[in-house]
Design a protein around this ligand. Structure first.
Ligand SMILES: Cc1cc2nc3c(=O)[nH]c(=O)nc-3n(C[C@H](O)[C@H](O)[C@H](O)COP(=O)(O)OP(=O)(O)OC[C@H]3O[C@@H](n4cnc5c(N)ncnc54)[C@H](O)[C@@H]3O)c2cc1C
Length: 191
């Protein structure tokens, strides 16, 4: 965000409250309808002058938005100067299927992935790993690095993730994700 003070958004309340050297990313949902599509592109045009380090597109539970996520990320990368990253999760897919999705991203020029475990699909309370899948985000990070040399962002939880046995265990998990190949220093954090 270091160039934000020279952007057309100078003076906006959003910018005024942020330190000059902070780096941000923005997260978008893949649009379902033409109207949402228009809204997304209006948002991208408004946010681009803030010079986010990257923008990312979410992945629906169990891969339900697989094609829409793919098409949206690729279009952002092709039609803007932004770095576009794709969210990818472990839920509801074998390792081979997840690897295929990742390979397709790499071949399409998308080299940044936000690697997540994923939430349980609708209606289920607890997370159950796919029998042939990646169990946790750290396993997914390692798998992605085997597919190609992706830049990988992961989630961190200042408030501790709800499934963690303790704050220390959750911090250990973040370290596991870094050790597996996640990029240190850039974690989308949800407060
Ligand atoms: C920025 C951001 C973006 C997101 N985008 C999406 C999205 O696009 N699609 C989607 O479906 N969900 C998304 N989510 C939700 C995310 O998938 C859930 O929050 C999920 O519950 C945890 O994901 P994680 O990657 O942090 O999981 P992990 O890092 O795998 O951790 C999950 C839990 O398991 C524990 N754990 C990890 N490894 C082990 C182990 N070996 N043994 C025991 N416990 C372990 C951790 O401490 C933690 O409590 C997003 C979340 C964030 C913060």
């Amino acid at each position: 965000m270091s160039d934000a003070s020279t952007s057309q958004n100078q003076g906006s309340p959003l910018i005024e409250r942020l330190p000059a050297d902070i780096q941000v990313s923005f997260e978008f949902f893949p649009p379902k309808t033409e109207k949402m599509h228009t809204k997304l592109w209006t948002a991208i045009e408004r946010l681009a002058p803030l010079k986010p380090r990257f923008v990312s597109v979410t992945y629906g539970a169990g891969g339900s938005t697989r094609e829409r996520t793919h098409d949206t990320v690729v279009r952002i990368q092709k039609e803007t100067d932004l770095v576009a990253a794709a969210h990818l999760t472990c839920v509801g897919a074998s390792r081979g299927e997840v690897d295929d999705v990742a390979r397709r991203y790499w071949d399409a020029g998308i080299h940044h992935v936000v690697a997540l475990r994923g939430d349980p699909p609708g209606g289920e309370d607890a997370y159950t790993p796919h029998p042939d899948g990646y169990d946790y985000a750290s396993d997914l990070v390692a798998g992605l690095k085997n597919v190609a040399d992706f830049e990988i962002s992961v989630a961190a939880y200042p408030e501790t993730h709800q499934d963690a046995t303790s704050a220390e265990a959750d911090l250990d998990n973040l370290k596991r994700k870094i050790d597996a190949g996640a990029t240190p220093g850039y974690y989308p954090i949800v407060l």
